[in-house]
Design a protein around this ligand. Sequence first.
Ligand code: FPP
Length: 238
Amino acid sequence: MERALPKHIAIIMDGNGRWAKKRLLPKKMGHRAGADALKNLLTNIIEKTDIEHITVYAFSTENWKREKQEVDDLMKLLKDYICQYIKDNEKNNIKIDTIGDISVLSEDLQKDLAHLEKISSKKTGVNLHIALNYGGRDEIVRAIKNIANDVKNENISIDSITESLVSSYLDTREYNDPELIIRTSGELRTSNFLVWQSAYSEFYFSDKLWPDFTFEDLEEAINVYQKRERRFGGRLDS
Ligand code: FPP
């Protein structure tokens, strides 16, 4: 029997650089094409599916190690697209927020993100969670610090620390873990994405470069997901 459609899909949007290189374009054009591919995918997801959550890896804690010019270009691109999402908020039906430690981003970008989160908060089409300055390990370290503080201040006891309590200290505390994680461009790694939340996720790896990834490709990923057995460590017949 095929299993239910995934409600939460997370995506590692990889291959923008190679997409640009193949076309002899500057790398930032690849990132721009990647952001357009995401927009297009979201439109289709809202129109044609019941997917509730999409989490995308837009900038990792490791991405700061890239050349300064590329980091600057990526920040500018994010700013442009966030402003575009603010402008299009009336006609869009996307609720947008972020995961990751955004306190190190420019104040300007933080303000835009807070504004976008506020004005889109009543939207019902799909929830877009943008991972920005996000790393799974960093998220767990931040959670451990907050749990330790709450133990120290006697808000919680050590015995109350369970898996679900830890989940409730993560950036993703308000929604369920992704059933499906997609990575494009043929790379077979998770690169510090949703380290805790991916414990039982199915992975789907596509050879397509992210800017070339279409809604049909997403449908194919969902088809493959639906045909796989999901056992959570238990037996099939249990
Ligand atoms: C990886 O490709 C991609 C990134 C580091 C950035 C992804 C960001 C976007 C697609 C923009 C998203 C925009 C919004 C508004 C959420 P790569 O550069 O590592 O590709 P390569 O491995 O081919 O060099």
